[in-house]
Write a protein that binds this ligand. Sequence first.
Ligand code: ATP
Ligand code: MG
Length: 278
Amino acid sequence: MNSETEAGENPGRQWSLKDFEIGKPLGKGKFGRVYLAREVKSKYIVALKIIFKEQIEKYRIHHQLRREMEIQTNLLHPNILRLYGWFHDDERIFMILEYAYGGELYRELRKKGHFTEKQAATYIASLTHALAYCHEKHVIHRDIKPENLLLDHEGRLKIADFGWSVQSKSKRNTMCGTLDYLAPEMVENKAHDYAVDNWTLGILCYEFLYGAPPFEAESQNDTFKRIVNVDLIFPSTPSISSEAKNLINRLLVKDSSKRLSLQKIMEHPWIIKNVDNL
Ligand code: ATP
Ligand code: MG
């Protein structure tokens, strides 16, 4: 199985559990367990995400999961985790995913404390390219956070987990996601659009450089207040360049229409100066 051949050219291919050898567990989420697996015929390595139908029924996430799978199948970008296909048996749904050897970016961040400006800029540029591609396809991710960012064998960033994403041409109005990464218009439950992902890029850029998201607080209520007031503080350590702070300041803007566009992020001096190969 290869990203551009079988799965892509033959979307009607009927997979079953017999086509795979199952290996070690890779992780566990709210609904899914993920295992390393190998397609028997081609020996192609994948990640198999297993979701119990009982859970889907219990939490009534049937529509959300279908949407996640449809959206992810149609997104073909080097910084977006591929979903090659899916199948099910009586109890379970199996998602055949691209394997991300490097695991969670979050683990890497915790291990290192914070990233260098080069590393941070490279991740932000990868994310910006992937989000520009998503927005072109009218997909807003809305749940970009370090746990949903994976790394492949070359350390390339991959956006995973499209569980909360929406395909939309109009302003959305639903509450979802983790508070720390949410834009003011989302925590205030106002209509929102693509610019929520631009806000999140500002949050991530800050977290990559300082090791913690900017509006972290003891309680959800305090985080909420800090977000809506854009209570942004740059600590003195680590020492961060003024260009990096400039980019963050231009993304964490309350008025969503005034946030830096994805195009302008790619042209920002800090990005231009620091990006390695994506
Ligand atoms: P949640 O909704 O809580 O985020 P989930 O049920 O959507 O969880 P995932 O986030 O998709 O599950 O996967 C759980 C974990 O498994 C990930 O955080 C990651 O550590 C690991 N994992 C998932 N997909 C892959 C993959 N393709 N390659 C390597 N590891 C993976
Ligand atoms: Mg997840």
